[in-house]
Design a protein around this ligand. Structure first.
Ligand code: FES
Length: 162
């Protein structure tokens, strides 16, 4: 484990040692700090707080907001709400999954360039089907457009990251 990570974990330990029963709060802080929950962080806290790792993993798997892998550098959200669904939102999601090479159950590309999400309605039904890339909303999206957005934003992983 890198020194930088150990320092961060020690800082979090200082904050949570007296509230060791609140695993949810600790996991939130770990994810806020690292952007995800590293497995080695779970092992590290389990040992120091004398809490079984199964208790951590029980909470992690219960709450979908927790992730055990880093998110992609770009976040692509495809709306599959009613208006977007009628206009092909589900197909756009599949196109994006295929372009990113995402196996079933996986939301982040192996090169960590994208995390793909599905939304139910983002309130822009008048320009359906809609996709959001990072903070920018795109309307009247078709498969060609979503593939082009992915290609434009696909970037090589920074040194030391994959
Ligand atoms: S259903 Fe997609 S924006 Fe409303």
């Amino acid at each position: 484990m890198e020194q930088e990570m150990i320092e961060a974990l020690n800082l979090l330990l200082g904050r949570h040692r007296s509230r060791r029963e609140n695993v949810l709060w600790l996991l939130q802080d770990i994810q806020t700090h690292f952007g995800y929950i590293p497995e080695e962080a779970v092992d590290w806290f389990a040992e120091r707080l004398d809490i079984p790792t199964s208790r951590f993993f029980g909470v992690i798997t219960f709450y979908p907001k927790f992730r055990m892998r880093p998110a992609g550098r770009n976040t692509l959200t495809v709306c599959c709400g009613a208006a977007c669904h009628i206009k092909g939102g589900r197909g756009l999601l599949e196109t994006a999954r295929n372009s990113l090479g995402l196996p079933p159950g996986e939301d982040t590309s192996s090169d960590l360039s994208f995390t793909l999400q599905e939304a139910t309605c983002i309130g822009a039904c008048n320009i359906a089907p809609v996709a959001i890339l990072n903070d920018r909303v795109y309307g009247d999206v078709d498969p060609r457009k979503i593939s082009a957005l992915i290609e434009e934003h696909r970037s090589p992983a920074p040194e030391g990251e994959t």
